[in-house]
Design a protein around this ligand. Structure first.
Ligand code: NOJ
Length: 567
């Protein structure tokens, strides 16, 4: 209900401005956030190491396998990679539970392989950022093993423990404590699964009756934070180009009245300024208004608007929180106004500070391809390449890999995650070219369906999704109005209605984007305050579009999109 009211509130304001002719000026006076210059037209490709390419035939992907495929990444047009965790781990959460921050997991190779990966990527002008997972460790990380001991030691306070194993916490922390582990008389706090004990960044407002709640400036907390900075520098010195910070907003416990979570990240940003000025910091925070005070960019995808926008099989839908009408489904029941209400609020507040990222899939969500066609998927990619910020393409989504159902839910990959983590499909051959191992040894089964898409055949088909995506990536690289920071102006976005029309502007350069994922033809009329000689079609379908005085009208066929350059 609250969601609905909020949506209606925003919708009214947007529609009022659209229908009364007071639409925001399309202006290219954009401010450029303080982020490395190479990110302005960057396109990222996300690689999940265990299922990208297996070079040694053990059924699990590895760093050497990634090196073998760097030319492919380059051929796509991507110029940066986000690599999911490759550290030593017991793999209770697919490597997001780190046991040794200084060591590559043997199943992926060695530290030398990581170094070679950074070097080989750089030779091809590809940047690589790594997953910096420091809000908790693995349960068998040596720090935690020490922290579990009865005898006080250096690591006793490095994790959040209460002081009596029989005392269950109440209120906000009630279900966060794990009872009866180790020899120490107390319960430890988890940050995600039970086996991911929270590192201790202190409490924003420690309860004075609970001595175990340390302040954020406790010497042990500060010592732990220094150790985390060393880890950051270790990989940066080896050649990494930045980080994706896992659960970045979840450091300080309780109410973070002094913004100490942010302060930690600002200290990392300071190191970046001083030692690695070209490095890029991306957070998994999903609240750009906070995150962009420290990071260059924030993934804004943990909110219902994003889920309903992209996902047929999102967490929300699978868990019954939403009826599940993705805007990008041909049934045409999505609500772009609700998404925009959330997005514009963040965008307007942060556009001069950094970038909001709306990823095109990732390892935590179902793949975009749940019963979608190439045309459907191309529209989502067109959206991803033309909105502000930096596109992140999850491996395999560029060829339309499907969300696979009934996959083994290994390493904490509960539905829908496992279905989105299956091996990359390179060819139509054995194991789709991912591995020479026996099928039974594969990390997860490959897609065995007769119409499983693969890179080799799509490369040879001019109308394939892969080739359409390459074209869109080229646009992103070359059009000034598609720079990460170029202004974003929604022009037509009505509640429960199609199409969605917006402009991007940078100086005198203007791009107009029309999206109609619905199967029904639709039309739009909106203010357009720019005079032009022609609209040059850059990608998609030619549409019936034209201007009379200040009003632009377009008639849009079902399942279509267009990107026009306004000249
Ligand atoms: C976010 C990661 O993307 C996800 O895969 C992981 O399970 C959680 N953080 C906990 O680390």
């Amino acid at each position: 209900m609250i969601k609905k009211l909020a949506a209606i509130g925003f919708f009214l304001s947007l529609v009022t401005s659209l229908t009364l002719g007071q639409v925001q000026e399309i202006t290219g006076n954009c401010s450029i956030p303080d982020a490395p210059e190479w990110t302005r037209h960057a396109v990222f490709y996300q690689i999940y190491p265990q299922t990208f390419n297996d070079s040694n035939g053990d059924g699990i992907g590895d760093l050497n396998g990634i090196i073998q495929k760097l030319d492919y990444v380059k051929s796509l047009g991507a110029n940066a990679i986000w690599l999911n965790p490759f550290f030593d781990s017991p793999f209770n959460d697919a490597g997001y539970d780190v046991r040794d921050y200084y060591k590559v997991a043997p199943r992926y190779g060695t530290n030398d392989d990581a170094k070679r990966l950074f070097e080989e990527a750089h030779r091809r002008r590809i940047k690589v950022i790594f997953d910096y997972v420091i809000t908790y460790t693995a349960i068998d990380h040596p720090w935690f093993v020490e922290s579990c001991k009865q005898q006080p030691n250096k690591y006793t306070n490095w994790y959040v423990w209460n002081d009596n194993v029989w005392k269950m916490e109440e209120g906000e922390f009630a279900n966060r404590f794990i009872q009866g582990y180790g020899h120490r008389n107390g319960n430890f706090m988890r940050n995600f699964y039970w086996s991911q004990p929270a590192l201790n960044f202190g409490f924003g407002q420690p309860d004075t009756n609970k001595k175990w709640q340390l302040p954020t400036n406790h010497p042990d907390v500060l010592a732990m934070r220094e150790e985390l900075k060393k880890i950051f520098c270790y990989w940066m010195d080896m050649g990494a180009d930045g980080i994706r910070a896992d659960m970045a907003g979840a450091l300080v416990k309780g109410s973070d009245v002094n913004g100490d979570t942010k302060k930690f990240w600002q200290e990392i940003r300071q190191i970046v300024r001083e030692k690695y000025p070209q490095a890029f910091m991306v957070s998994e925070w999903s609240y750009p208004k906070d995150a962009l005070d420290a990071f260059h960019a924030d993934f804004f995808h943990w909110f219902d608007g994003y889920n309903d926008l992209m996902q047929k099989e999102s967490w929300r839908i699978l868990n019954g929180f939403s009826e599940g009408h993705s805007y990008f489904d041909k049934e045409g029941k999505g609500n772009i106004a609700y998404f925009l209400s959330k997005y514009m609020d963040q965008y307007n507040a942060t556009k001069s500070k950094g970038y909001i990222l709306l990823p095109m899939g990732n390892h935590d969500n179902a793949r975009m391809n749940v019963q979608r066609t190439t045309d459907d998927l191309e529209i989502i990619m067109a959206f991803g390449m033309t909105i502000p910020g930096i596109p992140f393409i999850y491996y395999g989504n560029e060829i339309g890999m499907k969300e696979l159902s009934d996959m083994p839910q290994i390493e904490g990959a509960y539905k829908p995650r496992a279905g989105a983590r299956t091996p990359m499909q390179w060819t139509s051959g054995r194991n789709c070219g991912f591995s020479t191992a026996d099928f039974s040894k594969l990390y997860l089964p490959v897609d065995t369906s007769i119409d499983a898409p693969n890179v080799a055949s799509e490369e040879n088909d001019p109308s394939s999704l892969l080739n359409r995506v390459k074209k869109l990536i080229q646009l992103k690289h070359t059009e000034p109005a598609l720079a990460a920071y170029a202004e974003f102006v929604p022009l037509y976005a009505k509640e429960n209605s199609y199409p969605f029309v917006y402009a991007r502007a940078n100086g005198k350069e203007v791009i107009l984007v029309v999206l109609n994922p619905s199967a029904q033809a639709s039309s739009a009329e909106f203010n357009f305050n720019i005079s032009y000689k022609k609209l040059q079609l850059l990608a998609g379908k030619e549409m019936n579009i034209g201007k009379k005085e200040k009003t632009m009208k377009c008639e849009v066929p079902g399942i279509s999109f267009a990107v026009y350059k306004v000249k």
